[in-house]
Ligand binder design. Structure first.
Ligand SMILES: [Zn+2]
Ligand SMILES: [Zn+2]
Ligand SMILES: [Zn+2]
Ligand SMILES: [Zn+2]
Ligand SMILES: [Zn+2]
Length: 544
């Protein structure tokens, strides 16, 4: 012990070290106090750990729930440890695949092992009379779902639920119920209710826009609403058709290889602009189908040119165009016309300097070169359509009218109930100036188609009504009609051509043109270069 230097400033004990104001005890106490701080968890003055920022007690926590644990080497609190032990004892149930304690008796988990309440024994359905499981009101599930009053009940519930139901809602529910099966109508009324109850406007146009589904089809509810609202003048038709056409054009342009694409893009803009101009001027505007066809041809040409190693429209030569036209010899004149149009546009817009299609010519002959049917083939088809009950009424109608009256598939598509005259037994076909008189066979076929239409219970004014159009007012789709004759492997065009070639070659072409509402030039195509072998044989052999 050294010499006492002074008294401790705090406790008065002796301080032995020169220059120090506290005794060694107070010195130690102060040193310890300086290390301590308030623990953020328990609020006590403790030494805080660097890794956790808490005191040692508060640093020992459960790794799953964060609850404090006592012992130094424990990682889980009491509850979590118990849960972990339980989980370890569980095994996946072979029946429901969820983890559980498998019971010895069944080998399944508890809920699966519990005996079920047996289902009620099946009853005789009061509607269909079959012994089936009971769904409600003494009916089986199928009969319960197809009760015709279901959509009206759903509609009444919806009307009662809405604070201010729109005035047209009752009519709309009637429209949905009459045009669809009860199950479909109920689904649509459910969707309609969700739209009417949200915070947005319930104006017909706004409702119609909200009912549209994204994608290529706008959905059955939007289609039904469009028919209903446009019929009553409550809303304008949607732009679905234009959107679909724009999508088709986009896909065709996107398929053009990158360096050639900008020219096709501006060709498309050019065609759309001239269509707009034609609409305003009242001249004949290009249809969507025409523009699609042109873009497809230019796209195919662009692909071929890229395959031949050219990256610029300006490098295209007449050989490239020849090679392109030779791929499809039958479509030569059509494809040449389109190619020529494209290069004329390209030259006018300085995309190319020389038009590579300049020296090319379409085939010299303009006559009809398509397929026609022999008499035997016609007889066989006629027999099929008049005697075979398995042939679909639409197939028979299109087949017979095309074969006997030269009807085009478009004329049949647009044939309406109002075009039929049962008294005179005539029909109005397309743009033909005079009603077409029906022979007994055609009339029978037409009646068969009308019976088929009656089964469909539709409000659609057309004769040919499909599953997709029976709830609306539009004619059957082009795609549907083009496949109607698939069963007999003949295209409607072949049948019509057969009839036209026959008529033009046996009668005055001018009469045919007048009867079919065609231009004389259109009819003359069928006259060119055709000699009927049977007529040739009937000619007197010793003629000079
Ligand atoms: Zn002291
Ligand atoms: Zn603490
Ligand atoms: Zn825990
Ligand atoms: Zn189970
Ligand atoms: Zn039943």
């Amino acid at each position: 012990m050294g010499k006492r230097q002074r008294d401790c400033v705090e406790c008065g004990a002796s301080v032995g070290i020169i220059g120090r104001r506290h005794c060694c005890r107070c010195q130690n106490r102060l040193k310890e106090a300086a290390l301590k701080a308030t623990c953020p968890n328990c609020g006590k003055q403790r030494v805080l750990r660097d890794d956790t920022g808490r005191c040692i007690t508060c640093s020992r926590i459960c790794i799953t729930c964060g609850h404090p644990v006592r012992a130094k080497d424990t990682t889980l609190c009491r509850d979590c440890a118990r849960r972990a032990r339980q989980q370890a004892a569980q095994q996946p149930c072979p029946r429901c695949r969820r983890p559980g304690y498998l019971r010895d008796g069944t080998g399944w988990c508890g809920p699966c092992s519990r005996p079920r309440r047996p289902k009620d024994p099946p009853r005789v359905c009061t509607e269909c009379g079959q012994l089936r499981r009971h769904a409600g009101f003494g009916l089986c599930s199928a009969c319960w779902q197809s009760r015709p009053e279901r959509p009206f009940n759903a509609g009444d519930n919806l009307l009662a639920r809405l604070a201010g139901p729109p005035p047209w809602l009752g009519d709309l529910i009637g429209h949905l119920a009459s045009g669809h099966s009860p199950a479909r109508a109920c689904n649509m009324i459910g969707d309609l209710g969700r739209l009417l109850e949200d915070q947005h406007s319930n104006h017909p146009q706004a409702l119609l826009e909200r009912a549209r589904l994204p994608g290529r089809s706008m959905g059955p509810l939007a289609r039904a609403l469009e028919t209903f609202f446009t019929d009553r003048g409550l809303a304008l038709a949607t732009d679905q058709a234009e959107q679909l056409a724009a999508g088709r054009r986009r896909r065709r342009i996107d398929a053009v290889p990158e360096p050639l694409r900008p020219a096709v893009e501006s060709f498309n803009t050019f065609m759309l602009r001239s269509r707009e101009r034609a609409r305003r001027a009242g001249t004949l505007p290009r249809s969507d189908v025409t523009i699609d066809g042109k873009l497809s041809t230019v796209r195919d040409l662009a692909k071929l040119i890229t395959e031949r190693g050219k990256q610029d429209w300006a490098l295209v030569e007449v050989h490239d165009i020849e090679a392109f036209l030779n791929i499809l010899p039958k479509g030569r004149s059509r494809r040449l016309t389109i190619t020529r149009q494209f290069f004329r546009f390209a030259k006018a817009h300085k995309i190319v300097l020389v038009d590579p299609t300049r020296g090319l010519s379409a085939k010299a002959t303009k006559g009809f070169t398509g397929k026609i049917l022999t008499l035997d083939q016609q007889r066989e088809l006629f027999r099929r359509w008049t005697t075979d009950p398995a042939a679909h009424p639409h197939e028979v109608l299109l087949g017979i009218l095309a074969l006997l009256h030269g009807a085009s598939s478009n004329e049949i598509r647009h044939l309406r109930i109002a075009d039929l005259d049962p008294l005179d037994r005539t029909i109005r076909l397309g743009q033909r100036p005079h009603p077409v008189p029906m022979d007994p066979v055609s009339w029978t076929v037409l009646q068969r188609c009308l019976t088929h239409r009656q089964i469909q219970r539709t409000d659609n004014p057309h004769v040919m009504v499909t599953k997709g159009t029976k709830a609306g007012k539009t004619p059957a789709s082009i795609a549907y009609v083009s496949h109607v004759l698939d069963a007999c492997g003949i295209s409607p065009r072949t049948l019509r051509s057969t009839r036209l070639v026959d008529l033009v070659n046996t009668m005055d072409p001018k009469l045919v043109a007048a009867a079919f509402g065609m231009s004389p030039e259109g009819v003359m195509i069928y006259l060119a270069d055709h000699i009927d072998p049977t007529r040739e044989a009937a000619l007197p052999a010793d003629r000079p």
